[in-house]
Design a protein around this ligand. Structure first.
Ligand code: HEM
Length: 403
């Protein structure tokens, strides 16, 4: 059989899957999946293969030989963040990942991370609790995960606004590479002396753990640690910010589900988080690439084809989730695919879940009767962020009963 050289048609016109916000993205994905489990779609002026079912997305994540993560990340994030885990493969990836993973293991989270989370959530809510109204995106979801990361790193940052600017600029690197490069350089200049100090006198913070851990007889050099730390803002802070925003958006626009959650938070919070991740995963349409020509699961793929793993279509696949568009916190489904799968799956999923659980529990407790402000339903809708890859609400204008 001859290897395919081009994709000869597109299955949908008028939507570019790299750039354009598509308010009706779930309806588009459903329509395409009703035709076949994948679609050929416009992507930054070329054609990409979009995988739409749970089965295909899950298989593709696990198939690092056919769709290596490094093929995309080395080009897109490499120049800004350096050689991160996402740009590595094989033994190098295994060793680096083994060294950075222990601090994020489930068992370690309660030990050194949970004590950071609760006080921080209260600190942020204290700033607006008396007011009775707030935009939870501007005042909580964008702030909390960034501050969690900088406190875990033990960064002596007096200027909270600077850390937020670094996080924002690193996140928006596809839109403004110059600002991202500047943020990367400033962050590196800020952290390098701290790293040197932690090498001399390790403490109990995350940077100290990274300098002392080893795997297969190796430790990380400074640039490997710095690349991992740079990655933490876009990979760890922004994803969690969007996840919290999406779950809050879902709850606030489904008041009966919010009432159910409030009736027994201890029982429902973790399931509301999982259902939020399923209903609107923050990493919705993950770009990958297929470097070599292949026929994969019956799909003829030419060399150098952009691939899109549609996590959001997979998590609304009716073959896996009944009535998939319904937001229902009683589903009791753990939607791990929201964190990817296979060798490059999320290294911080337990941290993210702990952050989300703590934040949602404390917000509900501190802001009784939390609800959207009148007429704010449209603003609170989840939309595309950074092209169409990521999803989250732009704002969440809320009010609550003041005691
Ligand atoms: C709800 C929040 C989060 C979501 C939805 C999420 C999602 C993901 C996804 C889908 C991937 C796979 C990317 C790929 O295969 O190309 C990933 C990788 C990664 N995530 Fe997360 N993430 C979240 C929070 C975090 C946090 C808090 C951290 C902090 C440690 C983190 C660190 C990472 C790292 C380091 C990788 C790269 C792993 C590798 O390449 O081996 N993430 N995440």
């Amino acid at each position: 059989m001859t290897a395919p050289t081009t994709l000869d048609h597109v299955d949908i016109e008028g939507v570019d899957f790299a750039f354009e916000d598509s308010p009706e993205i779930h309806a588009i994905l459903e329509r395409l999946r009703a035709e076949k489990p994948y679609a050929v779609v416009p992507f930054a002026g070329v054609k990409a293969v979009l995988l739409l079912t749970h089965e295909l997305v899950s298989a593709a994540f696990k198939d690092e030989d056919t769709f290596p993560a490094s093929a995309v990340y080395s080009m897109t994030t490499g120049p800004v963040l350096g050689k991160t885990l996402q740009c590595m493969a094989g033994r190098e990836h295994r060793v680096n990942r083994a060294i950075v993973s222990p601090p994020f293991r489930r068992s370690r989270i309660s030990e050194y991370i949970e004590p950071v989370l609760e006080p921080l959530a209260h600190e942020l809510i204290d700033r607006f609790a008396d007011r009775g109204t707030a935009d939870l995106v501007a005042e909580f979801t964008t702030r909390y995960p960034v501050l969690v990361i900088s406190r875990l790193l033990g960064l002596p940052v007096e200027d909270e606004a600077t850390v937020h600017r670094w996080a924002h600029d690193l996140f928006y690197f596809p839109m403004d590479p110059e600002a991202a490069m500047r943020a990367s350089q400033e962050f590196t200049a800020h952290v390098t002396p701290i790293l040197a100090e932690r090498r001399r006198n390790p403490g109990d913070d995350l940077i100290s753990m990274l300098v002392t851990e080893s795997a297969e007889g190796e430790t990380l050099d400074d640039e490997q640690i710095l690349a991992f730390l740079r990655l933490l803002f876009p990979a760890g802070a922004d994803t969690t910010m969007l996840a919290l925003g999406n779950t809050l958006s879902a709850l606030l626009t489904h008041p009966e589900q919010l009432d159910l959650l409030r009736s027994d938070p201890a029982e429902h919070v973790q399931w509301a988080i999982w259902e939020g991740l399923r209903w609107e995963p923050p990493v919705g349409l993950l770009p990958r690439a297929c470097p070599e020509a292949t026929t994969w699961h019956g799909i003829d793929i030419p060399p150098l084809t952009p691939m899109i793993f549609s996590i959001n279509a997979a998590l609304r696949d009716p073959a896996v989730h009944e009535d998939p568009h319904r937001f229902d916190i009683t589903r009791r489904a753990t939607s791990m695919l929201a964190f990817g799968q296979g060798p490059h799956s999320c290294a911080g999923s337990w941290l993210a879940l702990a952050e989300l659980n703590t934040a949602l529990t404390i917000l509900l407790d501190r802001l009784p009767g939390l609800r959207l402000q009148d007429g704010a339903a449209e603003q609170a809708r989840v939309t595309s962020q950074v092209g169409v890859a990521l999803r989250g609400p732009d704002s969440l204008p809320v009010e609550w009963d003041r005691q």
